[in-house]
Write a protein that binds this ligand. Structure first.
Ligand code: ADP
Ligand code: MG
Length: 233
């Protein structure tokens, strides 16, 4: 079963009076349980594509189906519920809130809904264990290393138990050793939690992970048959 299907996606951005075509005829299917690495140089349209898949932006034309539901027919409320329940996001610069603790950062959407940290004790224990931060729950982001901050962001992406994790340059801000640890964590989440992972990256090191490599150039997918041998951990 495909958790993501795209059909002839085009995306234009208006730059003054010029319409710039940033994505052209993107047809990408991702099956449940895959870990797809989309690699391409800076400016090739990777983040734009990932944001479309995550319903954070809309294509100029074409269709995107997430778990069989076409995004363009969803109402705003349905779309935001889907984004919360079915997808988790991980970004290059972690996007944590500086004055909240680790556990509060992980629970931000719930706290906004008026829930309390204590309502989620078991779930937090489970997720902090997966990302290896059990002893850091009361720390704030500035008391953590970059790699630990990215672990918090990954924990936050898992809190609603989504099917799909979308990661934009997840190790782009990390040194090589820490980057390897974060990629191994994403791989573990793919293998052990059964999450479908889609990452976009310009780094060969990051793109070595995953079950399939998709190459992008100038807004097109130029190769999507790259079966990767899963790196042993
Ligand atoms: P990548 O993530 O591969 O580096 P992006 O998807 O961020 O590439 O950008 C692809 C192209 O689209 C770039 O030329 C960028 O300048 C342009 N672009 C991205 N977002 C916008 C926007 N909101 N408005 C105008 N142009 C944009
Ligand atoms: Mg980008």
């Amino acid at each position: 079963m495909n958790v993501i299907e795209t059909k002839e996606i085009y995306k234009n951005f208006k730059m003054g009076i010029v319409d710039v075509e940033v994505l052209k005829d993107i047809n990408l299917n991702v099956a449940k349980g895959e870990f797809v690495s989309i690699m391409g140089p800076s400016g090739s349209g990777k983040s734009t594509l990932l944001y479309l898949l995550g319903a954070l932006d809309k294509p100029t034309s074409g269709q995107i189906l997430v778990n069989g539901k076409e995004l363009s027919v969803l109402k705003d409320k349905e779309e935001s519920i889907m984004r919360r329940k079915e997808m988790g996001f991980v970004f290059q610069f972690y996007n944590l809130i500086p004055n909240l603790t680790v556990e509060e950062n992980i629970l931000v959407p719930m706290l906004l809904d008026g829930k309390k940290v204590k309502d989620y004790k078991d779930k937090l224990d489970e997720i902090l264990n997966i990302v290896g931060l059990e002893d850091r729950r009361k720390y704030t982001p500035r008391e953590l290393s970059g790699g630990q901050q990215q672990r918090v962001a990954i924990a936050r992406s898992l809190i609603n138990d989504p099917d799909i994790i979308l990661a934009d340059e997840p190790i782009g801000n990390l040194d090589s050793k820490t980057g390897t640890e974060i990629m191994e964590l994403l791989q573990k989440i793919n293998v052990e939690q059964g999450k479908t992972v889609i990452q976009v990256t310009h780094s060969k090191e990051a793109a070595c992970y995953g079950t399939r490599l998709v190459l992008m150039r100038d807004g097109i997918i130029c190769d999507y048959n790259g079966e990767l041998k899963r790196m042993s951990s």
